[in-house]
Design a protein around this ligand. Structure first.
Ligand code: SAM
Length: 225
């Protein structure tokens, strides 16, 4: 049974697009998308042998070998031009890792229309990469499952400008201000405040001063959002 988190990722996939799911692990997401008739074919990419074999096994056991091609390789290198991939999903990793996968494979993105990204932490790295590479956020959501909070960021080609605040908390999420959003940022604020209190007890070096100023800036951004 697919997690709520991956079901919400799936809800952003447009019908009948060719999809690549990078870091697919068991390939649960592409299998679900084919079974529900949202996509007809897809690629599941994995760079680690264990998860790659799990993906192969899952696809075989669901009888989806004709629809889902499980490929071994690093990031977007599993995608070929002849695949005509239109949608890429990358879920369940840190934002900086997702951004580095996109950066390393950006020559594979020319014909890609939509990136559906689900960072576990530091979504900001993805928003920064998007601005630099001319992608714009077309949707965002935040959810909680098993006491963990996840963000989903959807990108399509285009330009956007974001304030420092929007980069950190997400322009759509900031407008929506859901209960989960409030929970996430009050948790973060509490943690930053705890670090500030610790720093207050240590000798005031330049490094500590810089860290405090960085935290103060982030605290102000979140408190004003
Ligand atoms: N996408 C699934 C999900 O959201 O449930 C699996 C998430 S799992 C925590 C992250 C997976 O990404 C691991 O199986 C790992 O092997 C894979 N991975 C990490 N870096 C990768 C890369 N550069 N290219 C392909 N797969 C990668």
């Amino acid at each position: 049974n697919l997690s709520e988190r991956l079901k919400i990722v799936a809800s952003f996939v447009e019908k009948n697009k060719t999809l690549a799911d990078i870091g697919s692990d068991h390939a649960y997401l592409p299998c679900y998308l084919v079974h529900t008739g949202i996509i007809k074919k897809g690629i599941a990419g994995e760079v680690v042998k264990g998860p790659f074999e799990s993906a192969q096994k899952q696809v075989r056991s669901e009888g989806l070998e004709q629809q889902i091609d499980v490929r071994f390789g690093n990031g977007l290198e599993v995608i070929k031009e002849s695949d005509h991939v239109q949608t890429i999903t990358i879920a369940g990793m840190g934002g900086p890792l997702i951004a580095s996968i996109l950066e390393a494979g950006k020559d594979k993105l020319d014909a890609v229309e939509t990136l559906i990204l689900q960072p576990n932490i530091h979504a900001k790295a993805i928003r920064e990469w998007a601005i630099k590479e001319n992608w714009k956020i077309t949707n965002e959501t935040i959810l909680e499952e098993h006491d963990k909070i996840y963000e989903i960021v959807v990108l399509q080609k285009g330009n956007m400008e974001l304030t420092d605040q929007e980069l950190l908390v997400g322009p759509y999420l900031m407008k929506e201000k859901s209960t989960v959003y409030h929970k996430k940022w009050s948790n973060e604020l509490r943690e930053w405040q705890r670090i500030m209190d610790q720093l207050d007890k240590t000798a005031l070096s330049q490094e500590v001063q810089n860290k405090k100023e960085e935290l103060e800036r982030k605290i102000a951004l979140v408190e004003e959002s």
